[in-house]
Design a protein around this ligand. Structure first.
Ligand code: FCB
Length: 398
């Protein structure tokens, strides 16, 4: 790894680890689902954050990404909760004391119930409403005032394209819509929300770099020589990977990359179809293909935006912990290869520090460097976490 101050650590998000987030749209939706798909106490990090941070430190991490739960902070429209803010201050202070840099996400998929269910102007709810970007910016302003002194990097929104497609086209996440026009509205509103938040955050604390976390898929053609496959790849790549960067008009100080897998596309003309070809590579417990080269490819594509890059998520569901160590090694090698080709990559945050509530998939997928026994909330470090620790130490020349 080039450098001495490359950041290494792991990521989490509020709803997935804190537990008890009963004031958001996910919690409401989970009530309609079987018990294993309800976040409940999750990993109870709201109460056990000291232990989690101590473990991150023990594992040599120098950075940590977490998210703030909007529904805890703004419990009713315009009503802010100082108790929740005080707890987030404690968490961030604990990280600072441990010498760990903080990446703080302001929106990671969940919404306060009042925002998701309330009828906002123009008759629309949640992210479909034109009013939501302003409401988001107001919450962001409050948070910047209250917590800004403890934040090293801001991440405005996590994976806007994933949120918009899962919740508004595929209908698998709340509010479970299947409406392409709704998706377009949500993408536009999220881009505007990012731009407004960028302005607010810069004004509040000009020294803190701001970005958003972009889920990037490494699209590849089934056949490199087939023009139609290549056109299909170019279209998917533009729409899913690049369009949001254009919408935010490069208002970002760094690029946050969430990378998990590649997709190989096959295009047929008569009748027209674009389908996915399954790669013959090892898969994670969720069936996601493991393809480290795709990380290098996506990093090289990000060079065009001319900003420093941080990997804000990268990981796998692997309950047996039999593939995680190799996964980490190969993806870090991919980063090094991208650096050699001129990519300014400055940090790597593994998803995730601890096992957590994996959205619609519930608690079965195990993404943690640290295992959680949900019956007792006992934390156990997985062997791969020590492999990662050794990589971190080597890179510092320890
Ligand atoms: C990403 C999400 C994160 C987690 C991982 C596995 O898309 O940002 O919350 O669920 O996938």
């Amino acid at each position: 790894m080039q450098q001495g101050n490359f950041l290494f650590g792991a990521s989490t998000s509020a709803h997935q680890v804190e537990g008890g987030n009963s004031n958001n749209d996910w919690w409401e939706w989970e009530k309609t689902r079987p018990k294993d798909f309800q976040s409940g106490r999750a990993a109870d990090s709201w109460n056990r954050y000291r232990e989690d941070i101590a473990l991150a430190k023990k594992l040599g991490h120098t950075a940590h990404r977490l998210s703030l739960e909007w529904s805890r902070i703004e419990t009713q429209e315009g009503r802010f909760n100082s108790v929740a803010i005080a707890r987030y201050r404690e968490i961030l202070q604990e990280l600072q004391l441990a010498g760990i840099k903080t990446f703080v996400t302001l929106h990671h998929f969940t919404n306060p119930i009042w925002l998701a269910r309330g009828r906002l102007p123009a008759g629309r709810q949640g992210w479909e409403s034109k009013k939501t970007p302003e409401l988001f910016a107001r919450y962001v302003k409050y948070v910047a005032q209250e917590l800004g002194d403890l934040v090293d990097f801001w991440i405005t929104i996590n994976e806007p394209m994933v949120y918009a497609s899962q919740s508004f086209v595929r209908g698998v996440w709340p509010p479970q819509k299947k409406n392409i026009f709704a998706m377009v509205r949500v993408i536009r509103n999220m881009a505007r929300a990012h731009r407004l938040a960028y302005k607010v955050l810069h004004k509040a604390n000009p020294r803190i770099p701001i970005g958003f976390a972009k889920h990037l898929i490494a699209y590849t053609p089934e056949s490199k020589t087939k023009l139609t496959d290549r056109i299909g790849v170019a279209l998917y790549d533009w729409f899913f990977n690049h369009m949001f960067f254009l919408l935010i008009r490069n208002k970002q100080d760094f690029i946050g990359v969430n990378y998990y897998f590649a997709r190989t596309l096959r295009v047929r003309m008569f009748p027209f179809s674009i389908s996915e070809v399954l790669l013959d590579v090892p898969k994670t417990d969720l069936g996601w293909p493991i393809y480290a080269k795709g990380l290098m490819q996506t990093l090289l594509h990000m060079k065009q935006y001319k900003k420093p890059i941080y990997i804000t998520e990268n990981g796998l569901a692997d309950a047996a912990d039999s593939k995680r160590a190799d996964f980490i090694r190969s993806h870090i090698r991919a980063i090094e290869a991208a650096q050699k080709q001129g990519c300014d990559v400055r940090g790597y945050l593994h998803w995730s520090l601890i096992d957590n509530f994996e959205w619609a998939e519930g608690f079965v997928p195990r993404f943690g460097l640290i295992e959680i026994d949900y019956a007792t909330q006992k934390r156990t470090i997985r062997p791969s976490a020590y492999v990662y620790k050794a990589i971190i130490e080597q890179s510092k020349g320890v």
